[in-house]
Design a protein around this ligand. Sequence first.
Ligand code: ACO
Length: 325
Amino acid sequence: MTRKRSVVKGLGAYLPERVVTNSELARTVDTSDEWIVERTGIHQRHVAADGEFTSDLAIRASDKALADAGVSPSEVDLIVLATSTPDDTFPATATKVQAGLGITKGAAFDIQAVCSGFVYAVAVADNFIKAGQADTALVVGAETFSRILDWQDRSTCVLFGDGAGAFVLRADEARNGDASRGIMSTHLHSDGRHRDCLFVDGGPSSTQTVGHLRMSGKEVFRHAVVNLAAAVGEALDANGLNADDVDWLVPHQANRRIMASTARKLGFSEEKLVVTIDRHANTSAASIPLALADAVDDGRVQEDNLVLIEAMGGGFTWGSAMIRW
Ligand code: ACO
């Protein structure tokens, strides 16, 4: 028996030109390079230029992903874009990306799951493909978190950056149960009771403002280690695998200590961990494809490798996807 499998045909990433170092931030807010590096692993972040929007970053990353896949925009029949920093309240940023790429068919919509957004978007696109409702999907994570930060709040403004990353996913026939390329499993979770640990204090319906990001860092940290370990364990169990079978663990890049603790807890060696937080900071929904692009570009991730992506974000939301590259 054959069934559809979504295969990652192309990958693209884009970071805005401007780099802001920790030392530069320390000139305007009461912090230090030492504090930021020790607590988070972050050395610098990229920040979008004035007039450069989430859709602009998304289009740049999508262009690269399409070129990498050798797929023309006219073949794309689904765009799922994960963002918490859309250009506008509506229309969906995905539709701006669609227009920017010259695509006039298929469906384009946004997903809002904060830092888990890319895992959610991969799961949604994978299910559309498996159900036969789409053939070639562009899955994008794109953010301009610099626009929702309170630049006076040292406990949050040092943590985030801007960027975008994209997959081209395409339907392939796969024999049931075999280990051919593609998305092998996705698992998604949310628990809305934890809204107050990580939220934006504004919105169109509540305050009619955009608002700023607010976070209880310690609470988020505590939940992250537990939830991410569960999501990784779930992905391994669903595929009958253990940590040794996985070639690369590509976590959402929130904090180097969270990534290292989760990996350790689950028996992954640190060499299998793909880390870009030092250069990108936390780019929310964009962090996983940005990290993957780094590891593909430098030759670490190779065809046939087993790649496990996992994330947790505001909501809380969390999840994972196992991918045969
Ligand atoms: N520079 C210097 N000092 C600081 C800074 C800073 N940038 N920020 C906070 N501090 C101070 C605090 O004021 C506090 O001082 P005090 O002891 O005098 O009160 C002290 O440092 C310790 O603060 P904590 O918040 O307890 O520091 P902690 O070790 O917990 O580290 C951090 C904070 C890095 C935020 C950590 O809790 C963390 O990474 N949490 C997880 C965050 C996360 O993953 N967020 C992303 C989720 S993704 C999403 O969906 C957006």
